[in-house]
Design a protein around this ligand. Structure first.
Ligand code: AMP
Length: 284
């Protein structure tokens, strides 16, 4: 695996890959990698791309400075994992390389309500930060395909909108969520769960699975929302939201017949760790 910290060196290497007429599959991450990240790299490789993975803890997408400070960082383990799963290129830049002091890199995007609902409501400015770093990384890497996880469903909708606003030729591929054996969605933040909350955390996925069963059995969206919030609370966790939304507009649905794609999305506090997860209730 080739590894670069400096944009110019990365770009020289990518240019040489392009001369081999290969497509570039790009997987942006914030490190503290787990099998979910590895699966994105493997899917990109399986689909015939040279794989470029970035590790960059983007300060502009953290609305809470303590969250940024506490974000796990495991660069040595990450590099070993990427090499093991056959990643071709790693880009691991310092902050000053992505956001040089003498350059103003601040594109503003108009996401309408897409960045004010769910995660956007609880993490103001988060998605503008995500769009800023993803657009910057796309400028640097110039991939053909961008691989992102369904685990961050709203993020994939935001990035899709961003690509449209930029009139970008990059194709976005949404990859399935990898889970622990007990259903907990893999996340870099899971290492911060206390043993007690680690035991309680699978209730999030159980609530999502129950929502799917209830939807299949004709329960209304508002009933499902209420049952899910109760289930999560009864498990000793604190739900922030459990919303049933249209898969494209992210607006709450009143009836299942109103949309082709319906996703249940939730954010839950397990102690001082914030977990997010989602499931398609219809379409997908
Ligand atoms: P992060 O490092 O958390 O910013 O995540 C980097 C990419 O990995 C994003 O596209 C995430 O959606 C994706 N990802 C994170 N966790 C998982 C998971 N459990 N399964 C699949 N993809 C994931």
């Amino acid at each position: 695996m080739f590894s670069f910290e400096i944009i110019k060196q990365l770009q020289t290497h990518i240019t040489s890959l392009r001369h081999q007429r290969t497509t570039i599959g790009f997987i942006p991450t914030m490190g503290a990698l787990h099998a979910g990240h590895a699966a994105l790299v493997q899917q990109a490789a399986h689909e015939g791309n040279q794989t470029v993975c970035s590790i960059f803890v983007n300060p502009t997408q953290f609305n809470d400075p303590r969250d940024l400070e506490k974000y796990p960082r495991t660069p040595h383990k990450d590099i070993a994992l990427l090499a093991k799963v056959g990643c071709d290129v790693l880009f691991i830049p310092p902050v000053a390389e992505v956001y040089p002091e003498n350059e103003v890199i601040n594109r503003a995007f108009d996401f309408g309500h897409l960045d004010t609902v769910m995660e956007g409501a609880f993490r103001p400015g988060h998605f503008q930060g995500v769009a800023q770093v993803v657009s910057r990384l796309l400028d640097i890497v110039q991939p053909d395909i961008l691989y992102m996880g369904q685990k961050d469903y709203q993020q994939t909708v935001i990035v899709k909108s961003m690509l449209q606003q930029l009139d970008s030729p990059v194709r976005l591929v949404r990859c399935p969520t990898l889970r622990e054996a007990d259903g907990l969605a893999m996340s870099s933040r899971n290492v911060r769960l206390t043993p007690d909350f680690r035991q309680k955390a699978p209730a999030v996925y159980q609530a999502l699975l129950q929502a799917k069963t209830l939807a299949d059995n004709g329960h209304s969206p508002s009933e499902i929302q209420q049952i899910a919030l109760e289930k999560i609370t009864n498990a000793g966790l604190k739900p922030e939201y459990f919303d049933l939304v249209d898969g494209e507009t992210l607006l709450p649905i009143a009836r299942f017949n109103d949309s082709k794609n319906i996703v249940a999305c939730t954010a839950v506090w397990a102690g001082d760790v914030r977990l997010i997860d989602n499931i398609f209730l219809k379409g997908g």
